[in-house]
Design a protein around this ligand. Structure first.
Ligand code: APR
Ligand code: PHB
Length: 391
């Protein structure tokens, strides 16, 4: 089989790239190792920047998002038993964020690709990428008991952090920047109305907690935990008690426990592989970089990458010029590093570190106090949180 751009991974990055290429008249084929049901059910992040929403809407895949997405005009920070609002309307000239699950974005994009004749191979095993240092790169895989080969002009590695593409690049060709954190998040999805109208980030001496949501009936909540935490140690009552303790304030406010539908551990890591290209293999999204979830940026960064990559491919096929492809990595990395800094900063400010001294603890409270009391500091948080315009 032959195509113009062979895409590995049907997550948000791979699907959106395929969608944008299709709109530009460029052919692509996606190879995904999981089943469609698995990918569509996997609960991940849920905060869309304004730029991500605008891109989905402008390219015709935003109808359900417009109907069901929850538009938020601010977030809250909670510490020292008080909650403080960061007002995006006032601080960013009316920019907003939208709560809409990543798996819903994936559903919408998959439906749209399949409806317009797009080809996605699900449940592909033994996926490999070959010859991307030459003019005829190939993707091979097995589906059922059949071996497949896709010959392409380019390969897009959109296969997430644990995928095969980045690992296939020769050692030494990439520079890796990495930081791990001495904690993880225990996340739950619960059938209970959100306890507040907006997302609340809680800093507490027992550890960080986060209140988010997926719909008026579904809450998404997280607790800082040990990186090797065993879920067996967290019966439902303990989770609710801990969430309550970490988000306690002096005002009356009720956390409404409900049935827990899913529980999982999310590791916290900062990671960048540079450059985001090797020969005719281009890395996008989590395959190239990871941010800790505290800034809610992973999905948005993936969308920003593929917006740049699709424009470069579309330009190449329209005019034969490859200058946008040549600048792909450099353009993306500018945004990636800004977002790395922001995600690291939110993570450092809001979590409890076992290594903290008494000085560190007071300094962190002073930083939070500064962020909520200075317009300049709140604005710096707000403009990063709603996201910079897509290049
Ligand atoms: N072959 C084929 N597909 C693969 C392989 C492989 N060897 N390895 C992984 N995949 C698939 C995964 O099953 C997944 O569907 O690649 C896809 C990668 O999707 P994501 O991990 O969602 O990554 P990305 O599309 O870059 O999305 C960005 O934002 O919220 C964050 O981390 C979160 O996934 C999110 C990311
Ligand atoms: C989520 O709703 O899943 C969510 C919200 C904010 C974050 C991370 C995750 O920072």
């Amino acid at each position: 089989m032959r195509t113009q751009v062979g895409i590995v991974g049907a997550g948000p990055a791979g699907l959106m790239l395929s969608h944008l290429l299709h709109l530009g008249g460029v052919e692509s084929v996606i190879v995904e190792n999981r089943s469609r049901e698995y990918v569509e059910r996997r609960v991940r992040a849920g905060v869309l920047e304004q730029g991500t929403v605008d891109l989905l809407v402008a390219t015709g895949v935003g109808q359900r998002l417009k109907r069901q997405g929850l538009v938020h005009h601010g977030i809250e920070l909670c510490f020292a038993r008080r909650r403080h609002r960061i007002n995006f309307d006032e601080l960013t000239n009316g920019r907003t964020i939208t709560i809409y699950g990543q798996n819903e974005v994936v559903k919408d994009l998959t439906d749209s690709r399949l409806a317009s004749g797009g080809q996605i191979f699900f449940e592909a095993s033994n996926v490999r990428v070959w010859d991307f240092d030459g003019p005829r790169p190939r993707i091979t895989f097995v589906q059922g008991d059949k071996e497949h080969e896709i010959v392409c002009d380019f390969i897009a590695g959109c296969d997430g952090f644990h995928g095969v593409c980045r690992k296939s690049i020769p050692q030494g060709a990439l520079t890796i920047y990495e930081q791990t954190y001495p904690f993880a998040w225990l996340g739950i999805l619960a059938r209970t109305p959100p306890s507040a109208n907006e997302i609340i980030y809680c800093h507490h001496e027992r550890g960080f907690a986060l209140h988010s949501m997926r719909s008026p009936e579904l809450s998404r909540l997280y607790l800082q935990c040990a990186p090797d935490e065993d879920l067996a140690n967290w019966p439902d009552e303990r989770i609710w008690e801990e969430l309550k303790a970490r988000s306690q304030t002096d005002e009356t406010w009720e956390l409404r426990p409900g049935p827990i539908l899913q529980k999982g551990i999310t590791e916290m890591r900062s990671f960048v592989a540079e450059p985001m290209r090797y020969g005719s293999l281009f890395l996008a999204g989590d395959a190239a970089h990871i941010v800790p979830a505290t800034g809610a940026k992973g999905l948005n960064l993936a969308m920003a990458d593929v917006a740049v990559l699709a424009r470069a491919f579309n330009e190449y096929y329209r005019t034969g010029r490859h200058d946008l492809l040549d600048r792909y990595s450099e353009v993306c990395l500018r945004r990636v590093w800004k977002v790395q800094r922001f995600s690291w900063w939110m993570t450092s400010m809001l979590h409890r570190f076992d290594s903290d001294t008494a000085f560190d603890r007071r300094r962190r409270l002073a930083e939070l106090e500064y962020v909520v009391s200075s317009r300049a500091a709140s604005q710096a948080l707000a403009e990063n949180y709603v996201g910079f315009p897509f290049e």
